[in-house]
Design a protein around this ligand. Structure first.
Ligand code: G4P
Length: 290
């Protein structure tokens, strides 16, 4: 059986780098996967975002079940977390993020006698003339690079390195008064349960090299049949029976066979995982609010 509670040894180092990077920022955009927003959150964010504007972005909303995403939005609203669901490839959604950032920045800093305003004025500047610094963070495969590309847009021009930020990273001036760190802060999670880890594995946020892909696909089929009945039938035109039989039927249907007509489980698993990860099995949410 796959151990889904595996986590990388460089987790501590990633956290340390992130602690350095957040020192100079005002806004932390935390990207999670809309299909499993809780499992893809890093528990250190609460601490890292202290005193900063924090926005929880449920990305890949186009791949998630809309009705469940709506419930997640209500869930976070009740918890007073600024959450927004987006498709990182959609311009309208990027505009919604910009509008939310502006609203929260205005609420926090406009005319207020805040510490930041005081510090900026003490340094001889005016807050309105200073750029708001934004950083993106999230675990692997939640769409950080895609988001940064969309968010920075074509107009994104790089500005020089600034003190306080790890060497090699650059600020991209995304528009007047807004600068984005060009490199996302990559964090990892130690799954709290096998189930939570399994969701991470399904969406490709755990390294496949540490997993048995046949078992992963079998676990996925086992989960999909009761959770989204009919989706396997729709995609592969095979009956939804016992998971193993279903997987074998998919392999047969797709011609994933070895010499002698034996099912090639690895190839079949590859097909299933690839279809799921590219949304070809339909919109699905892996977890729901309690
Ligand atoms: P990362 O930096 O957090 O590791 O993630 P990255 O941007 O590389 O995105 C991982 C995959 O998720 C990419 O697909 C990317 O296109 C896709 N993706 C990102 N945001 C969204 C979204 O909002 N909706 C959908 N449907 N997909 C999204 P890929 O197959 O690995 O690469 P590619 O085929 O797009 O090149």
């Amino acid at each position: 059986m796959n151990n889904y509670q595996w986590y990388p040894g460089h987790m501590a180092k990633a956290l340390k780098t992130m602690r350095e990077d957040v020192k100079s920022i005002d806004v932390l955009l935390e990207l999670v996967d809309a299909r499993a927003p809780e499992s893809t959150r890093n528990p250190n964010i609460a601490d890292l975002s202290k005193g900063k504007i924090h926005i929880l972005i449920l990305n890949k909303r186009d791949m998630a079940d809309d009705s469940v995403t709506k419930r997640w939005m209500e869930y976070y609203k009740a918890k007073k977390i600024n959450a927004i669901a987006i498709d990182a490839k959609k311009k309208e959604d990027i505009n919604r993020i910009n509008a939310l950032v502006d609203k929260l920045v205005d609420e926090k800093y406009s005319g207020a006698d805040t510490r930041l305003a005081k510090a900026v004025e003490a340094a001889g500047g005016k807050l309105s003339e200073r750029s708001i610094k934004i950083m993106v963070t999230g675990i692997p495969n939640v769409g950080k690079s895609t988001f940064i590309n969309s968010f920075a847009g074509k107009a994104g021009t790089k500005t020089g390195n600034r003190p306080g930020v790890t060497k090699g990273k650059q600020w991209i001036r995304i528009r007047k008064g807004r600068e984005l760190l060009d490199t996302p802060g990559v964090l990892y999670v130690k799954p709290l349960s096998q189930e939570s880890g399994m969701r991470l594995a399904f969406i490709g946020s755990l390294n496949d090299n540490n997993l048995n892909i046949d078992e992963l696909a079998l676990d996925l089929v086992k989960w999909i049949i009761p959770a989204y009945p009919g989706s396997i039938i729709n995609r592969y035109e095979v009956p939804e029976e016992e998971p193993l039989e279903t997987m074998e039927a998919i392999g047969e249907r797709r011609g994933a066979l070895k010499r002698g007509g034996i099912i090639d489980y690895e190839k079949t698993a590859g097909i299933i995982m690839d279809d799921f990860r590219n949304g070809r099995l339909g919109e699905m949410s892996l977890e729901r609010p309690e």
